[in-house]
Design a protein around this ligand. Structure first.
Ligand code: ZN
Length: 342
């Protein structure tokens, strides 16, 4: 059981398409070895179709959903972007030891200005907020969240729903997070807030900007400085209007300008499917992402194939059906591949 096993697959995504490949299973790890045509070892069995690192939803709220449904729904990994940190830590710890549970990274509590969004929202418990007015307070909050295991810091800049930090405080928060190795994800909403986030050094927007049409110059600046988490489908859940159209237009120009897109749904916000959302994938394709672009969006950080993979039983051949092709994926534990395919 402990000896490594070599397997072949028709196609592998590892930040790029690798084609027919030889891979090695070692316990619950899967490693890419070589193109199949150049491999010297013989595969023990064949995995038909396409292998990816586990598909990731880069914007969820675990406190508002049933995390046990995610893996069966096609999502292997999630990034929680706001909730009670202690309860998220408990879920994350389970995902570390149980390959059938979802793998979790998290931001923990929202950092916001005193009285700022989402401090007035019924879905946001007090424990999910750190209202900070000074760099001393934000530094303490960032240190606390980092101590709990947060892998990024979530901030809110929502001038439509309350006060936001001034430029000096915003820059201080971003600098403090970066100084301890944590990227910053911003909820930017209201005139000019996405542009402020980009100027301050924010790494990722939690949503495609939807409250205004960005100028081409602003889109170019965003594309050069930060990534955008898509969250298109929350603007109507299939029954779309002006907000969806504005977001899709902004994202389409961001993609054309070379910007980096992350698949994210804001799961927990309204009637979204608890798993991979085909409507969000349709939105990514509409914004101009091809199969490689969507693969990069759903597998943002995975450079190895450990523990959990996403698998599609064939290879992509129809560019017009890219979204439905990704939606046909299944999350598999690496340890189960032999049982499934040998
Ligand atoms: Zn959210």
């Amino acid at each position: 059981m402990s000896a490594a096993v070599f397997v072949s697959a028709d196609e592998v995504w590892l930040g790029g398409w690798r084609g027919a490949s030889l891979l090695r299973i070692d316990g619950n790890r899967l490693d890419w070895v070589a193109p199949l045509a150049a491999a010297t070892e013989r595969p023990t069995f064949h995995v038909p179709g396409t292998i990816f690192g586990g598909f990731t939803d880069s914007h969820v709220h675990l406190g508002l959903i049933d995390p046990d449904l995610l893996v069966a729904g096609g999502i292997a990994r999630v990034v929680d972007l706001g909730g009670d940190p202690e309860s998220i830590v408990a879920l994350r710890d389970r995902g570390r030891v149980d390959a059938s549970a979802v793998a979790i990274e998290f931001a923990g509590a929202f950092l916001t200005a005193p009285g700022g969004y989402p401090s007035d929202r019924s879905w946001a418990p007090r424990s999910s907020l750190r209202e900070v007015a000074t760099p001393q307070q934000s530094g303490a909050a960032i240190g606390e969240l980092r101590g709990l295991g947060a892998t990024r810091i979530k901030i809110t800049l929502n001038s439509n729903a309350g006060p936001v930090w001034d430029d000096g405080m915003l820059a201080a928060v971003v600098t403090q997070a970066h100084a301890v190795g944590l990227p910053v994800v911003a909820h930017a909403e209201g005139p000019g807030q996405a542009q402020r986030a980009a100027r301050s050094g924010v790494d990722t927007l939690a949503h495609t900007p939807w409250t205004e049409r960005l100028s081409d110059d602003d889109v170019a600046h965003l594309a050069a400085t930060l990534a955008i988490t898509s969250t298109l489908d929350i603007h109507g859940y299939g029954d779309y209007g002006a907000d969806y159209a504005t977001a899709l237009d902004n994202l389409t120009r961001f993609v054309a300008a070379g910007g980096r897109v992350l698949y994210g749904t804001d799961l927990g916000n309204g009637p979204l499917p608890t798993g991979l959302n085909e409507r969000e994938l349709v939105g990514l394709a509409a914004a101009g992402l091809d199969a490689a672009g969507i693969a990069a969006a759903v597998v943002p950080d995975v450079t190895s194939l450990d523990t959990r993979i996403s698998w599609i039983p064939n290879i992509s051949t129809d560019p017009a059906a890219t979204a439905s092709w990704f939606a046909s994926s299944t999350v598999l534990a690496v340890a189960s591949l032999k049982e499934l395919f040998a």
